[in-house]
Design a protein around this ligand. Sequence first.
Ligand SMILES: Cc1cc2nc3c(=O)[nH]c(=O)nc-3n(C[C@H](O)[C@H](O)[C@H](O)COP(=O)(O)OP(=O)(O)OC[C@H]3O[C@@H](n4cnc5c(N)ncnc54)[C@H](O)[C@@H]3O)c2cc1C
Length: 444
Amino acid sequence: MKHSLCSSVENKYMRLYFVSGSYLALGIGLGPMNLAIAAMLHEEHPGEKNIFLEKERCFTWHPGMLMENASMQTPFLKDLVTTRNPCSYFTFINFLKEHGNLDEFISLRNLFPTRLEFSQYLSWVATKLSKNISYSSEVTKILPIKKLGKIEELEVHLEDSLGKRKFLAKNVILGMGFKPNLPSGIEVDDKKIFHSSNFLRRITDNYPDLLKPYSFAVVGSGQSAAEIALYLMSNYKNSKITVLSRGFVFRGLDDNPIINLLYASDSGEKFYSMPEISKKNYLEHLTTSNFSAADSSTIMEIARLNYQRKHQQLPTINLIHFCHIISAFVKENHCEINIRNTVSDQSEHLKFDGVLLATGYDNKEPSIPILDELKDNFILDSDGKYMTDFNHRMIAKDNFLPGVYLPNHFHNIHGFTQGTIADLPFKAKKVVSHIMNLEHSCKR
Ligand SMILES: Cc1cc2nc3c(=O)[nH]c(=O)nc-3n(C[C@H](O)[C@H](O)[C@H](O)COP(=O)(O)OP(=O)(O)OC[C@H]3O[C@@H](n4cnc5c(N)ncnc54)[C@H](O)[C@@H]3O)c2cc1C
């Protein structure tokens, strides 16, 4: 299944819009986080100068995992705006209404749309805001602009179809997502060993024969691993699928209504105010509310298909629990994996036609290269990492006046909703209100 999600919006408005002077708010990256911020600026502060720079050529949301039947893990009411302003133009409900789908959606009696439909909703919002978005614009670095010993503005450098350019900004909002987590010892190869972020394109390009008895290894045991396993079982009927995980494959997500409150709008604020020891305790005990676990309906479907395969005398899925991958690499025309069982301490050598890494994203964010030239201005924690305050603003030294916001990062500081779409309207409100308050009280 190939997706071409780019429409004609792209950069057609931008040539007209770029003007001289400084942007009050400049967003870097246009995923759901910055889209929620762009929507709030548009609705509540239409006169303020803002721009959002996205390196891709149009709006996309994890296209490598946009399988046709994959469902959202958050209800549609957690869209970009509803919990901030249910009357906003940019609600998912209004998107359904404008596309003539509201009645049919209601009759499904399902809070969880497909990811494909939610992605279409996000693209619809981006299209409405396209006057303030520049696609094919990759930010490469940010430099400080000093006046009389103080840093007052930032110079944001980017590369786009017009070449290298720079914009001035009083506040930048980093919404660049996370980098794929690639465990050490695994040699990624574009054709045979690749990360889930590239799954759909690479699998269709490199494994075109749906009837061939390919052998696939899926590494991981979270939602992406489950969705990839399910995709392979459904599309490659004769394939032999092995799922390898350092934990138990597959644990169900802890998503009961009490645990789900960890993802409520004000949960980030509550988490922020907890003592460090409580934060650590929460993060340790409740990881399966989001990570290293899969949705029970996906697991049920895997089990159902597996049972069906058994009756059809097709290969059934092989689950390898509690293993550590020592190495994985391509040799001649196949992939080799060396694993060690962490319970029995026994090693094993396996061979596959393809290795698919559902190993998640690096949410610890060890470095943000575009900030390298600003780094000396920030106050770092004892591990040398950036920190953000209550308003998601990076904590900086006194002579650093611009705002650098990182609203969707740092689980250790703001809790479980970070890196998700669970409370985007709330975070957007915090960031935008903070920028506006500082601007209008001139206490920057
Ligand atoms: C397959 C999948 C499904 C998910 N489903 C859910 C779900 O149902 N519910 C949920 O709560 N969470 C879900 N998540 C979690 C996910 O992280 C969030 O949904 C969301 O994408 C985070 O938004 P974001 O804007 O912070 O980052 P992203 O969506 O990652 O967007 C970052 C953007 O920044 C751009 N960018 C990066 N660097 C630069 C640069 N230097 N210059 C310009 N642009 C740049 C990227 O191209 C990208 O478009 C899912 C994640 C995955 C991988």
